[in-house]
Design a protein around this ligand. Structure first.
Ligand SMILES: [Zn+2]
Length: 247
């Protein structure tokens, strides 16, 4: 008997220059995606980050008024580690982000400001696979990103954006969803993995509140595990996997 062959992930498209990553919380990109971002910025591509919230409800022992500014600083530092200098916050409320026109409009506005060919987001499905339930903010933001990539190109859905000087941008060619249960594509994480670990470690206050392990051991173990698991479907190289939607 032959072993069933695991379907392999395809390499991500490379014929693009600008990407915009739009996620719910500080740390969403660092939990698995940052090695790909490091590889892209190394190759001279531009990547911007947009966070729907400041993650102000993310640390049990810190009230939101203190937590929000702290997590914003941590997010800017972790972006810098992988070559990203543009970090914006849409100021939706952490934990209760609502899918709807307001969120789609804010994301469409960001897409028009940045004019990306590739948009990145995080798993928008109900679960992480099996019985691991996803959080409502990830579901709301992920779905809104997939929709807003199209809204950004339509002059009439949010006419107030044109009045603000944001002309339609029809140039988004793909939306890549990280953390998907059904990935289709991948990026080699070999060169970016150390910086991905350093990038996650910038969320030190969050990690220290989360685990009793040393933050260094926790971050390396987590990210190596994710990259190795994706790599099983990418020729054995450590990888960051995405589900790629064409537009
Ligand atoms: Zn999150």
């Amino acid at each position: 008997m032959t072993e069933p062959r695991i379907p392999q992930l395809q390499p991500m498209p490379e014929d693009w220059q600008r990407a915009l990553a739009v996620v719910a919380h500080p740390d969403d990109l660092e939990y698995g995606c940052a090695a790909a971002i490091a590889a892209w910025t190394d190759a001279g591509r531009e990547v911007g980050y947009v966070l729907a919230t400041r993650g102000e409800a993310g640390i049990d022992t810190l009230a939101p008024a203190e937590c929000g500014p702290l997590r914003e600083r941590e997010q800017r530092a972790s972006a810098a580690v992988v070559g990203v200098s543009s970090v914006e916050f849409l100021d939706h409320r952490d934990g209760v982000v609502e899918y709807g026109p307001a969120l789609r409009r804010d994301i469409a506005a960001a897409v028009r400001r940045h004019r990306p060919e590739l948009v990145i987001t995080l798993n928008h499905r109900d679960t992480w696979g099996g019985v691991a339930w996803n959080t409502p903010d990830h579901v709301a933001v992920g779905r809104a990103v997939l929709d807003a990539a199209g809204d950004a190109g339509n002059r009439w859905i949010f006419p107030e954006l044109v009045e603000q000087g944001l002309q339609p941008w029809n140039g988004v060619r793909w939306v890549a969803v990280a953390g998907s249960t059904t990935p289709t594509h991948a990026v080699d994480a070999s060169a970016g993995l150390d910086r991905a670990v350093a990038s996650l470690l910038e969320h030190r206050a969050y990690i220290e509140a989360l685990t009793d392990e040393t933050p260094e051991a926790y971050a390396r173990e987590f990210l190596t595990g994710v990259a190795t698991s994706a790599g099983e479907r990418f020729g054995g190289r450590p990888a960051v996997a995405f589900e790629l939607f064409n537009r």
